[in-house]
Design a protein around this ligand. Structure first.
Ligand code: AMP
Ligand code: ZN
Length: 481
């Protein structure tokens, strides 16, 4: 842990409806589960706001010295067209419409999702390292958890499936812990058909039985069938992170049903608190009428922004520029304003020479870093943190002193713009092509640990009048004066 680890970190906990100081269960380590995509359509910009929020929270926790053990799922079975089990399986619906198998549909949209994350420089989960947990690869874990719930008497088996007994769990008249709604309020707007053999309309499916038309089916102690949507998150989060998680997040829409049900399933099985801090992002709104080429009839996606010349990182800055708990109105003009901020920062980064980038900072930027850090620790006040970054760069121009690079690089561990990459690309652009080729070959040789070749390339560059430096980001080449 670094010296900054002592600063308290505050976050809004939906469980208490308060901003609380975050204290993990085990010192220095944060266990974090965030709900991932249902892979049956491209993820729209609203969804991407949710993943950007997760990414920022992870990065901010790391800035505070924590190791973040983060799990994210991919829902590739069991999410019905209504969150309350009614309707069709979303993946199978797309599969039928497109004449593909459910696996083909899920694989295609999973890849697209991961590509979108990469474009936004969103880091992948850390548990398992760099991987997403696919629901279809965790069926035995779900079956085992359902069995535990049955053993504790909070579920029952009927012809159409295994159901969670919501009223028994919640007790008469009790409000939902997260939503603070009664069951009647929660279901008031629901006008869909439910299985008629459920004991109560409030019960939700843990395992669905006797649906011969469903394409994906597995054997279980109760018969062939498939899991309900909610059980996957309980099973996968507890498998990798333990029975009590520090943080669980998702969009606000998950409060009344999905997360309420996850709590019920997990706590009825384990008898332990499931989550210590539930954190929810507000919605990106105003996408309905968004005028972006080719996007008519659906919500805009990242590719729509790219098609009109917007850098995906501008969308990252656009989201960073709003508090995660505030609704954010989407418009092209607003994203273009974020693009102008990105251009401003990019131009600065491109103009920082190697000598300054690899040297020490001046003293004056330090308080800027403190302010940046404090803003993030204050319930992720990203708009304030972004303002500090822009101020720092402005002040650097005013003082005509670019020795702020290390400070900016530390801020970038959360902001995620990749200032060093921008600077290095700009520096490389200025090199003659044959020198840049030698530089790239040397990076390649070092990656392969071919030190003989890397030394030979260094000598070649030296002979041509270029200095060679090894940095964590790779080979930096500069003409000798
Ligand atoms: P889904 O694929 O529908 O399960 O959504 C993936 C994630 O995006 C969930 O955490 C949702 O809560 C979140 N989400 C959905 N729509 C929006 C939106 N318009 N703005 C922000 N987050 C959203
Ligand atoms: Zn979930």
């Amino acid at each position: 842990m670094n010296a900054d680890a002592v600063k308290p970190f505050f976050i809004y906990n939906t469980l208490s409806r308060k901003v609380e100081e975050f204290v993990p269960l085990h010192p220095g380590v944060v266990t974090y589960y965030s709900c991932g995509p249902t892979v049956y359509l491209p993820q729209h910009l609203g969804n991407m706001r949710s993943y950007l929020f997760t990414d920022t929270l992870k990065r901010a926790l790391r800035l505070n010295g924590y190791e973040v053990r983060h799990v994210m799922n991919i829902t590739d079975v069991g999410h019905m067209t209504s969150d309350q089990d009614a309707g069709e399986d979303k993946i199978e619906k797309t599969a039928r419409a497109e004449g593909r198998s459910p696996k083909e549909v899920a694989d295609y949209y999973t890849e697209l999702f991961i590509h979108n994350l990469e474009m936004l420089r969103i880091e992948k989960p850390t548990v398992p390292p760099g991987q997403f947990c696919r629901a279809t690869e965790h069926i035995p874990d779900m079956i085992a958890l359902i069995q535990r719930i049955l053993d504790r008497g909070y579920a029952y088996v009927v012809h159409s499936g295994v159901y969670f007994d919501v009223e028994k769990w919640r007790g008469p008249g009790r409000m939902g812990r997260l939503s603070r709604q009664s069951l009647e309020e929660q279901f008031a707007e629901q006008r869909l058909e439910h299985a008629s053999d459920k004991r109560s309309k409030h019960d939700f499916a843990l395992w669905v039985l006797n649906q011969p038309g469903h394409l994906m089916q597995w054997d279980s102690p109760w018969g062939r069938g498939y899991p309900g949507w909610h059980i996957e998150c309980s099973a996968m989060s507890m498998k990798y992170l333990g029975e009590t998680l520090d943080i669980h997040s998702g969009g606000l829409d998950h409060v009344p049903i999905h997360h309420e049900n996850e709590i019920a399933q997990s706590e009825s099985a384990t008898g332990k608190p499931f989550v210590r801090y539930f954190v929810h992002n507000a919605f990106l709104v105003g996408m309905e009428g968004a005028k972006i080429s080719k996007s008519s009839g659906r919500f805009p996606v990242l590719a729509d922004l790219v098609a009109v010349g917007i850098d995906p990182i501008a969308f990252r800055l656009f989201c960073f520029g709003a508090k995660y708990r505030s609704e954010l109105a989407f418009s092209l003009d607003a994203v273009r304003a974020a693009q102008r901020n990105l251009d401003y920062l990019t131009e600065f980064a491109r103009g920082v020479p190697d000598g300054i980038a690899h040297g020490a900072d001046s003293d004056w930027p330090q308080p800027y870093f403190e302010r940046f850090h404090e803003a993030l620790n204050n319930d992720l006040n990203t708009p304030q943190a972004l303002a500090v970054v822009l101020d720092l760069v402005g002040e650097s121009y005013r003082r005509n002193d670019k020795r702020i690079w290390n400070t900016l690089a530390r801020m970038d561990t959360v902001l995620g713009v990749d200032f060093e990459g921008i600077r290095r690309r700009a520096a490389s652009e200025r090199l003659p092509a044959e020198i840049e080729a030698l530089r790239a070959q040397r990076d390649e040789a070092r990656k392969k640990k071919d030190f003989a070749r890397s030394d030979a390339l260094r000598n070649e560059l030296l002979a041509r009048g270029y200095e060679v430096k090894d940095t964590p980001a790779g080979t930096v080449v500069q003409r000798r004066n």
